[in-house]
Design a protein around this ligand. Structure first.
Ligand SMILES: CC(=O)N[C@H]1[C@@H](OP(=O)(O)O)O[C@H](CO)[C@@H](O)[C@@H]1O
Length: 441
Protein backbone atom coordinates (compact mmCIF):
# COMPACT_ATOMS: atom_id res chain seq x y z
CA UNK A 1 0.00 0.00 0.00
CA UNK A 2 1.02 3.62 -0.41
CA UNK A 3 2.37 5.33 2.67
CA UNK A 4 0.12 8.41 2.55
CA UNK A 5 -3.00 6.46 3.37
CA UNK A 6 -1.19 4.72 6.20
CA UNK A 7 -0.33 8.07 7.73
CA UNK A 8 -4.02 8.78 7.99
CA UNK A 9 -4.63 5.38 9.47
CA UNK A 10 -1.85 5.91 12.01
CA UNK A 11 -3.40 9.20 13.12
CA UNK A 12 -6.68 7.38 13.51
CA UNK A 13 -5.00 4.76 15.69
CA UNK A 14 -3.12 7.28 17.79
CA UNK A 15 -6.40 8.97 18.62
CA UNK A 16 -8.20 5.76 19.51
CA UNK A 17 -8.85 4.46 23.03
CA UNK A 18 -7.16 1.12 23.67
CA UNK A 19 -10.40 -0.84 23.52
CA UNK A 20 -11.17 0.76 20.15
CA UNK A 21 -7.89 -0.28 18.55
CA UNK A 22 -9.23 -3.64 17.39
CA UNK A 23 -12.24 -1.98 15.76
CA UNK A 24 -10.06 0.69 14.12
CA UNK A 25 -7.68 -1.97 12.78
CA UNK A 26 -10.57 -3.89 11.28
CA UNK A 27 -11.91 -0.70 9.76
CA UNK A 28 -8.50 0.13 8.25
CA UNK A 29 -8.02 -3.34 6.81
CA UNK A 30 -11.50 -3.23 5.26
CA UNK A 31 -10.92 0.19 3.67
CA UNK A 32 -7.47 -0.74 2.39
CA UNK A 33 -8.62 -4.23 1.33
CA UNK A 34 -5.93 -5.89 3.46
CA UNK A 35 -6.28 -9.64 3.88
CA UNK A 36 -5.75 -10.20 7.61
CA UNK A 37 -5.29 -13.93 7.08
CA UNK A 38 -2.14 -13.25 5.14
CA UNK A 39 1.19 -13.19 7.05
CA UNK A 40 2.41 -9.68 7.73
CA UNK A 41 5.55 -8.62 5.90
CA UNK A 42 7.49 -5.51 6.90
CA UNK A 43 9.77 -3.63 4.50
CA UNK A 44 12.52 -1.70 6.27
CA UNK A 45 14.85 1.03 5.04
CA UNK A 46 16.82 3.74 6.82
CA UNK A 47 18.62 7.00 6.12
CA UNK A 48 22.09 8.23 7.12
CA UNK A 49 21.21 9.78 10.51
CA UNK A 50 23.02 8.08 13.43
CA UNK A 51 19.66 7.37 15.11
CA UNK A 52 18.36 5.45 12.08
CA UNK A 53 20.42 2.34 12.70
CA UNK A 54 19.14 1.94 16.28
CA UNK A 55 15.54 2.65 15.28
CA UNK A 56 15.77 0.18 12.45
CA UNK A 57 17.22 -2.48 14.78
CA UNK A 58 14.37 -1.88 17.27
CA UNK A 59 11.82 -2.46 14.51
CA UNK A 60 13.60 -5.68 13.51
CA UNK A 61 13.66 -6.86 17.17
CA UNK A 62 9.96 -6.16 17.50
CA UNK A 63 9.09 -8.06 14.34
CA UNK A 64 11.37 -10.98 15.26
CA UNK A 65 9.84 -11.52 18.73
CA UNK A 66 6.34 -11.46 17.28
CA UNK A 67 7.35 -14.03 14.63
CA UNK A 68 6.79 -11.67 11.70
CA UNK A 69 8.64 -11.56 8.41
CA UNK A 70 10.63 -8.63 7.11
CA UNK A 71 13.15 -7.49 4.55
CA UNK A 72 15.77 -4.98 5.64
CA UNK A 73 17.07 -2.96 2.70
CA UNK A 74 19.51 -0.97 4.85
CA UNK A 75 20.21 2.49 3.46
CA UNK A 76 17.50 3.81 1.11
CA UNK A 77 15.99 7.15 0.14
CA UNK A 78 12.39 7.57 1.30
CA UNK A 79 11.01 7.24 -2.26
CA UNK A 80 13.10 4.11 -2.86
CA UNK A 81 11.45 2.55 0.18
CA UNK A 82 8.01 3.48 -1.23
CA UNK A 83 9.09 1.95 -4.55
CA UNK A 84 10.05 -1.36 -2.84
CA UNK A 85 6.68 -1.54 -1.06
CA UNK A 86 4.83 -0.75 -4.28
CA UNK A 87 6.74 -3.43 -6.22
CA UNK A 88 5.99 -6.01 -3.55
CA UNK A 89 2.32 -5.06 -3.33
CA UNK A 90 1.96 -5.43 -7.09
CA UNK A 91 3.75 -8.79 -7.07
CA UNK A 92 6.62 -7.34 -9.10
CA UNK A 93 4.40 -5.94 -11.87
CA UNK A 94 5.50 -2.38 -11.12
CA UNK A 95 9.17 -3.38 -11.02
CA UNK A 96 11.76 -5.51 -9.33
CA UNK A 97 11.86 -4.80 -5.56
CA UNK A 98 15.62 -4.26 -5.32
CA UNK A 99 17.85 -1.18 -5.55
CA UNK A 100 19.26 -2.72 -8.73
CA UNK A 101 15.68 -3.01 -10.06
CA UNK A 102 15.03 0.65 -9.22
CA UNK A 103 18.25 1.83 -10.89
CA UNK A 104 17.65 -0.26 -13.98
CA UNK A 105 14.00 0.68 -14.46
CA UNK A 106 14.63 4.43 -14.20
CA UNK A 107 17.93 4.49 -16.09
CA UNK A 108 16.62 2.41 -18.98
CA UNK A 109 13.69 4.81 -19.46
CA UNK A 110 15.98 7.84 -19.13
CA UNK A 111 18.59 6.57 -21.60
CA UNK A 112 15.85 5.67 -24.12
CA UNK A 113 14.41 9.17 -23.84
CA UNK A 114 17.70 11.04 -24.11
CA UNK A 115 18.77 8.86 -27.06
CA UNK A 116 15.82 10.37 -28.91
CA UNK A 117 17.02 13.86 -27.97
CA UNK A 118 20.65 13.29 -28.94
CA UNK A 119 20.29 11.23 -32.09
CA UNK A 120 23.98 11.49 -32.86
CA UNK A 121 24.83 10.17 -29.39
CA UNK A 122 27.64 12.70 -29.09
CA UNK A 123 25.99 14.95 -26.55
CA UNK A 124 25.44 14.60 -22.85
CA UNK A 125 23.62 16.74 -20.30
CA UNK A 126 25.44 18.02 -17.25
CA UNK A 127 24.07 19.01 -13.88
CA UNK A 128 25.30 19.99 -10.42
CA UNK A 129 23.41 18.37 -7.54
CA UNK A 130 23.35 19.52 -3.91
CA UNK A 131 22.57 16.36 -1.93
CA UNK A 132 21.77 18.14 1.39
CA UNK A 133 24.37 15.92 3.14
CA UNK A 134 21.80 13.15 3.03
CA UNK A 135 21.12 9.69 1.67
CA UNK A 136 20.58 11.05 -1.86
CA UNK A 137 24.34 11.43 -2.24
CA UNK A 138 25.01 7.73 -1.60
CA UNK A 139 22.24 6.57 -3.87
CA UNK A 140 23.04 8.96 -6.74
CA UNK A 141 26.67 7.89 -6.57
CA UNK A 142 25.58 4.24 -6.87
CA UNK A 143 23.20 5.06 -9.70
CA UNK A 144 25.12 7.53 -11.83
CA UNK A 145 26.97 4.96 -13.92
CA UNK A 146 23.65 3.53 -15.05
CA UNK A 147 22.69 6.77 -16.84
CA UNK A 148 26.12 8.26 -17.61
CA UNK A 149 25.39 7.97 -21.36
CA UNK A 150 22.79 10.72 -21.12
CA UNK A 151 23.68 12.75 -18.04
CA UNK A 152 26.86 13.65 -16.24
CA UNK A 153 26.34 14.82 -12.66
CA UNK A 154 28.59 16.49 -10.13
CA UNK A 155 27.61 15.94 -6.49
CA UNK A 156 27.96 18.51 -3.69
CA UNK A 157 27.14 18.35 0.04
CA UNK A 158 27.58 14.60 0.07
CA UNK A 159 27.65 14.26 3.86
CA UNK A 160 31.34 13.62 4.45
CA UNK A 161 31.74 16.88 6.39
CA UNK A 162 28.54 18.97 6.59
CA UNK A 163 25.37 18.40 8.62
CA UNK A 164 22.11 17.08 7.16
CA UNK A 165 20.05 19.92 5.60
CA UNK A 166 22.28 22.55 7.27
CA UNK A 167 22.60 25.61 4.99
CA UNK A 168 21.84 23.35 2.06
CA UNK A 169 19.12 21.16 0.58
CA UNK A 170 15.83 21.90 -1.19
CA UNK A 171 14.06 23.38 1.85
CA UNK A 172 16.92 25.80 2.58
CA UNK A 173 17.09 26.96 -1.05
CA UNK A 174 13.31 27.35 -1.36
CA UNK A 175 12.74 29.15 1.92
CA UNK A 176 15.83 31.42 1.75
CA UNK A 177 15.61 31.84 -2.02
CA UNK A 178 19.38 31.57 -2.25
CA UNK A 179 21.87 28.86 -3.27
CA UNK A 180 23.10 26.29 -0.77
CA UNK A 181 26.55 26.59 0.71
CA UNK A 182 29.18 24.27 -0.66
CA UNK A 183 28.25 24.38 -4.36
CA UNK A 184 30.26 26.12 -7.06
CA UNK A 185 27.95 27.81 -9.56
CA UNK A 186 28.86 29.43 -12.87
CA UNK A 187 26.44 31.90 -14.51
CA UNK A 188 23.56 30.19 -16.36
CA UNK A 189 24.60 26.78 -15.07
CA UNK A 190 21.77 24.42 -14.16
CA UNK A 191 21.88 23.22 -10.53
CA UNK A 192 19.43 21.41 -8.29
CA UNK A 193 19.02 20.57 -4.61
CA UNK A 194 17.53 17.45 -3.04
CA UNK A 195 16.29 17.46 0.53
CA UNK A 196 17.81 15.18 3.16
CA UNK A 197 15.76 12.08 2.34
CA UNK A 198 15.65 12.79 -1.41
CA UNK A 199 11.90 13.19 -1.82
CA UNK A 200 11.98 16.85 -2.90
CA UNK A 201 13.86 18.73 -5.59
CA UNK A 202 14.22 22.36 -6.67
CA UNK A 203 16.31 23.79 -9.53
CA UNK A 204 18.12 27.14 -9.71
CA UNK A 205 20.75 29.19 -11.52
CA UNK A 206 22.56 32.53 -11.46
CA UNK A 207 21.96 34.72 -14.50
CA UNK A 208 24.75 36.66 -16.21
CA UNK A 209 23.98 39.69 -13.99
CA UNK A 210 24.47 37.61 -10.85
CA UNK A 211 20.75 37.34 -9.95
CA UNK A 212 19.66 34.10 -8.37
CA UNK A 213 16.64 32.34 -9.96
CA UNK A 214 14.73 29.62 -8.14
CA UNK A 215 12.71 27.08 -10.13
CA UNK A 216 10.38 25.44 -7.65
CA UNK A 217 7.82 22.65 -7.64
CA UNK A 218 5.24 24.85 -9.40
CA UNK A 219 7.52 25.43 -12.38
CA UNK A 220 8.50 21.76 -12.40
CA UNK A 221 4.79 20.85 -12.61
CA UNK A 222 4.32 23.38 -15.43
CA UNK A 223 7.23 22.01 -17.49
CA UNK A 224 5.98 18.45 -17.08
CA UNK A 225 2.34 19.36 -17.82
CA UNK A 226 3.23 21.18 -21.02
CA UNK A 227 5.41 18.28 -22.20
CA UNK A 228 2.74 15.67 -21.47
CA UNK A 229 0.02 17.79 -23.10
CA UNK A 230 2.11 18.15 -26.27
CA UNK A 231 2.68 14.40 -26.46
CA UNK A 232 -1.01 13.64 -25.95
CA UNK A 233 -1.87 16.11 -28.71
CA UNK A 234 0.65 14.42 -30.98
CA UNK A 235 -0.84 10.96 -30.45
CA UNK A 236 -4.38 12.35 -30.68
CA UNK A 237 -5.45 10.94 -27.34
CA UNK A 238 -7.59 13.03 -25.02
CA UNK A 239 -6.73 11.52 -21.66
CA UNK A 240 -8.00 13.40 -18.68
CA UNK A 241 -5.14 15.50 -17.15
CA UNK A 242 -5.30 17.28 -13.80
CA UNK A 243 -2.68 19.33 -11.97
CA UNK A 244 -2.87 19.29 -8.18
CA UNK A 245 -1.35 22.09 -6.09
CA UNK A 246 -1.68 23.46 -2.55
CA UNK A 247 -2.41 26.99 -1.33
CA UNK A 248 1.37 27.66 -1.41
CA UNK A 249 1.48 27.42 -5.21
CA UNK A 250 2.46 30.76 -6.68
CA UNK A 251 -0.58 32.52 -8.21
CA UNK A 252 1.33 32.99 -11.48
CA UNK A 253 1.74 29.24 -11.88
CA UNK A 254 -1.96 28.59 -11.35
CA UNK A 255 -2.89 31.32 -13.83
CA UNK A 256 -0.37 30.04 -16.40
CA UNK A 257 -1.62 26.45 -16.13
CA UNK A 258 -5.29 27.42 -16.30
CA UNK A 259 -5.27 30.34 -18.71
CA UNK A 260 -2.34 29.68 -21.05
CA UNK A 261 -2.08 25.91 -20.98
CA UNK A 262 -5.81 25.27 -20.39
CA UNK A 263 -5.08 22.52 -17.88
CA UNK A 264 -7.50 22.08 -14.97
CA UNK A 265 -5.88 22.86 -11.61
CA UNK A 266 -7.08 21.63 -8.21
CA UNK A 267 -6.04 22.80 -4.76
CA UNK A 268 -5.81 20.43 -1.80
CA UNK A 269 -4.73 20.80 1.80
CA UNK A 270 -0.97 20.92 2.45
CA UNK A 271 0.75 17.54 2.76
CA UNK A 272 1.63 15.14 0.03
CA UNK A 273 -0.98 12.54 1.03
CA UNK A 274 -3.74 14.97 0.05
CA UNK A 275 -2.18 15.75 -3.33
CA UNK A 276 -1.45 12.10 -4.06
CA UNK A 277 -5.04 11.03 -3.39
CA UNK A 278 -6.46 13.83 -5.54
CA UNK A 279 -4.05 13.00 -8.40
CA UNK A 280 -5.34 9.41 -8.42
CA UNK A 281 -8.67 10.73 -9.76
CA UNK A 282 -7.21 11.48 -13.22
CA UNK A 283 -5.83 9.47 -16.14
CA UNK A 284 -2.73 11.61 -15.68
CA UNK A 285 -2.50 13.32 -12.29
CA UNK A 286 0.41 15.76 -11.96
CA UNK A 287 1.01 16.86 -8.38
CA UNK A 288 3.68 19.06 -6.86
CA UNK A 289 3.99 21.12 -3.71
CA UNK A 290 5.78 24.43 -4.29
CA UNK A 291 8.64 23.06 -2.15
CA UNK A 292 9.43 20.48 -4.84
CA UNK A 293 7.68 17.40 -3.50
CA UNK A 294 5.69 15.61 -6.18
CA UNK A 295 5.34 13.17 -9.03
CA UNK A 296 2.94 12.14 -11.79
CA UNK A 297 0.44 9.29 -11.52
CA UNK A 298 -0.87 7.41 -14.56
CA UNK A 299 -4.10 5.40 -14.33
CA UNK A 300 -4.08 1.78 -15.51
CA UNK A 301 -6.35 2.82 -18.42
CA UNK A 302 -3.91 5.55 -19.50
CA UNK A 303 -0.97 3.18 -19.24
CA UNK A 304 -2.67 0.49 -21.33
CA UNK A 305 -3.87 2.97 -23.96
CA UNK A 306 -0.40 4.47 -24.37
CA UNK A 307 1.19 1.03 -24.62
CA UNK A 308 -1.32 -0.01 -27.27
CA UNK A 309 -0.76 3.20 -29.27
CA UNK A 310 3.00 2.79 -29.16
CA UNK A 311 2.48 -0.52 -30.99
CA UNK A 312 -0.25 0.64 -33.40
CA UNK A 313 0.80 4.16 -34.42
CA UNK A 314 3.46 5.05 -36.96
CA UNK A 315 6.26 7.56 -37.45
CA UNK A 316 6.03 10.74 -35.35
CA UNK A 317 2.96 9.57 -33.47
CA UNK A 318 4.61 6.28 -32.55
CA UNK A 319 7.68 8.17 -31.35
CA UNK A 320 5.47 10.34 -29.11
CA UNK A 321 3.68 7.29 -27.70
CA UNK A 322 7.05 5.60 -27.02
CA UNK A 323 8.21 8.73 -25.19
CA UNK A 324 5.10 8.60 -23.05
CA UNK A 325 5.76 4.94 -22.27
CA UNK A 326 9.27 5.78 -21.09
CA UNK A 327 8.04 8.78 -19.11
CA UNK A 328 5.61 6.48 -17.25
CA UNK A 329 8.53 4.22 -16.30
CA UNK A 330 10.71 7.15 -15.31
CA UNK A 331 8.25 8.58 -12.77
CA UNK A 332 8.18 6.97 -9.35
CA UNK A 333 4.46 6.43 -9.06
CA UNK A 334 4.67 5.37 -5.43
CA UNK A 335 5.81 8.76 -4.11
CA UNK A 336 7.50 12.06 -5.00
CA UNK A 337 11.14 11.23 -5.72
CA UNK A 338 14.00 13.70 -6.26
CA UNK A 339 16.09 11.25 -8.33
CA UNK A 340 13.21 10.28 -10.60
CA UNK A 341 11.99 13.89 -10.96
CA UNK A 342 15.53 15.04 -11.77
CA UNK A 343 15.81 12.49 -14.58
CA UNK A 344 12.36 13.41 -15.93
CA UNK A 345 13.24 17.12 -15.95
CA UNK A 346 16.62 16.55 -17.60
CA UNK A 347 15.02 14.36 -20.28
CA UNK A 348 12.29 16.94 -20.99
CA UNK A 349 14.78 19.82 -21.23
CA UNK A 350 16.88 17.76 -23.66
CA UNK A 351 13.91 16.65 -25.76
CA UNK A 352 12.46 20.15 -25.96
CA UNK A 353 15.89 21.73 -26.42
CA UNK A 354 15.20 24.14 -23.56
CA UNK A 355 17.80 25.96 -21.48
CA UNK A 356 17.18 26.54 -17.80
CA UNK A 357 16.54 30.24 -18.57
CA UNK A 358 13.90 29.37 -21.19
CA UNK A 359 12.20 27.05 -18.73
CA UNK A 360 12.30 29.75 -16.06
CA UNK A 361 10.78 32.28 -18.48
CA UNK A 362 7.52 30.30 -18.86
CA UNK A 363 6.03 32.72 -16.32
CA UNK A 364 7.27 35.11 -13.64
CA UNK A 365 6.58 34.21 -10.03
CA UNK A 366 4.69 36.78 -8.00
CA UNK A 367 6.89 38.07 -5.18
CA UNK A 368 5.99 36.12 -2.05
CA UNK A 369 6.93 35.57 1.57
CA UNK A 370 6.36 32.68 3.91
CA UNK A 371 6.86 33.13 7.66
CA UNK A 372 6.63 30.97 10.75
CA UNK A 373 4.94 32.49 13.80
CA UNK A 374 5.14 30.96 17.26
CA UNK A 375 1.82 31.21 19.11
CA UNK A 376 0.59 29.82 22.45
CA UNK A 377 -1.90 27.44 20.82
CA UNK A 378 -1.82 27.02 17.05
CA UNK A 379 -5.05 25.02 17.12
CA UNK A 380 -7.10 28.17 17.78
CA UNK A 381 -6.75 28.71 14.03
CA UNK A 382 -8.98 26.50 11.94
CA UNK A 383 -9.34 26.76 8.17
CA UNK A 384 -11.53 25.84 5.22
CA UNK A 385 -11.31 25.98 1.38
CA UNK A 386 -8.13 23.84 1.20
CA UNK A 387 -6.67 25.91 4.06
CA UNK A 388 -6.98 29.17 2.13
CA UNK A 389 -9.50 30.76 4.53
CA UNK A 390 -9.46 31.01 8.32
CA UNK A 391 -12.69 30.07 10.07
CA UNK A 392 -11.49 30.75 13.63
CA UNK A 393 -10.60 32.86 15.57
CA UNK A 394 -13.39 35.26 14.64
CA UNK A 395 -12.21 38.38 12.83
CA UNK A 396 -8.94 36.89 11.55
CA UNK A 397 -10.12 36.30 7.97
CA UNK A 398 -11.72 39.76 7.79
CA UNK A 399 -8.44 41.33 8.91
CA UNK A 400 -6.56 39.39 6.20
CA UNK A 401 -9.16 40.36 3.57
CA UNK A 402 -8.86 44.04 4.50
CA UNK A 403 -5.11 43.98 4.03
CA UNK A 404 -5.13 41.92 0.87
CA UNK A 405 -7.61 44.15 -0.97
CA UNK A 406 -5.13 47.05 -0.90
CA UNK A 407 -2.76 45.23 -3.30
CA UNK A 408 -2.95 43.94 -6.84
CA UNK A 409 -2.92 40.18 -7.59
CA UNK A 410 -2.64 39.65 -3.87
CA UNK A 411 -3.41 36.64 -1.76
CA UNK A 412 -2.60 35.72 1.84
CA UNK A 413 -3.54 33.00 4.28
CA UNK A 414 -2.58 31.58 7.66
CA UNK A 415 -2.76 27.96 8.78
CA UNK A 416 -1.46 25.91 11.67
CA UNK A 417 1.45 23.72 10.57
CA UNK A 418 0.78 20.00 10.61
CA UNK A 419 4.42 19.18 11.38
CA UNK A 420 5.72 21.94 13.67
CA UNK A 421 4.31 23.82 16.65
CA UNK A 422 3.93 27.05 14.68
CA UNK A 423 1.51 28.94 12.45
CA UNK A 424 2.54 29.54 8.84
CA UNK A 425 1.77 32.85 7.16
CA UNK A 426 1.91 33.20 3.37
CA UNK A 427 1.46 36.32 1.25
CA UNK A 428 1.99 37.22 -2.40
CA UNK A 429 1.26 40.29 -4.55
CA UNK A 430 2.22 41.85 -7.86
CA UNK A 431 5.08 43.80 -6.29
CA UNK A 432 7.17 43.56 -3.16
CA UNK A 433 7.59 47.33 -2.91
CA UNK A 434 5.96 48.45 0.32
CA UNK A 435 3.11 50.94 -0.14
CA UNK A 436 3.57 53.82 2.28
CA UNK A 437 0.49 55.33 3.86
CA UNK A 438 2.44 58.54 4.39
CA UNK A 439 4.50 59.96 1.52
CA UNK A 440 7.89 58.22 1.65
CA UNK A 441 10.84 60.39 2.56
C1 LIG B 1 4.53 25.03 3.61
C2 LIG B 1 5.27 23.75 3.62
O1 LIG B 1 6.30 23.64 2.98
N1 LIG B 1 4.73 22.76 4.34
C3 LIG B 1 5.36 21.45 4.43
C4 LIG B 1 5.30 20.93 5.85
O2 LIG B 1 3.96 20.84 6.26
P1 LIG B 1 3.29 21.81 7.34
O3 LIG B 1 1.95 21.20 7.63
O4 LIG B 1 3.19 23.14 6.68
O5 LIG B 1 4.24 21.87 8.51
O6 LIG B 1 5.88 19.63 5.90
C5 LIG B 1 5.20 18.65 5.09
C6 LIG B 1 5.88 17.29 5.32
O7 LIG B 1 7.21 17.32 4.92
C7 LIG B 1 5.24 19.08 3.61
O8 LIG B 1 4.56 18.15 2.83
C8 LIG B 1 4.62 20.47 3.50
O9 LIG B 1 4.71 20.93 2.17
Amino acid sequence: MLAPSWEEHATCLANAEEQDVQRVLLDISEKAAVDLQQDAFVVIGRDTRPSSEKLSQSVIDGITVSGGQFHDYGLLTTPQLHYMVYCRNTQGQYGQATTEGYYQKLSKAFVELTKQAFCSGDKCLSLKVDCANGIGALKLREMKNYFSEGLSIQLFNVGTTGKLNHLCGADFVKSHQKPPQGIEMEPNERCCSFDGDADRIVYYYYDADGHFHLIDGDKIATLISSFLKELLLEIGESLNIGVVQTAYANGSSTRYLEEVMKVPVYCTKTGVKHLHHKAQEFDIGIYFEANGHGTVLFSKTAEMKIKQLSEELEDKKRKAAKMLENIIDLFNQAAGDAISDMLVIEAILALKGLTVQQWDALYTDLPNRQLKVKVADRQVISTTDAERKAVTPPGLQEAIDNLVKKYKLSRAFVRPSGTEDIVRVYAEADSQVRKCRQPCT
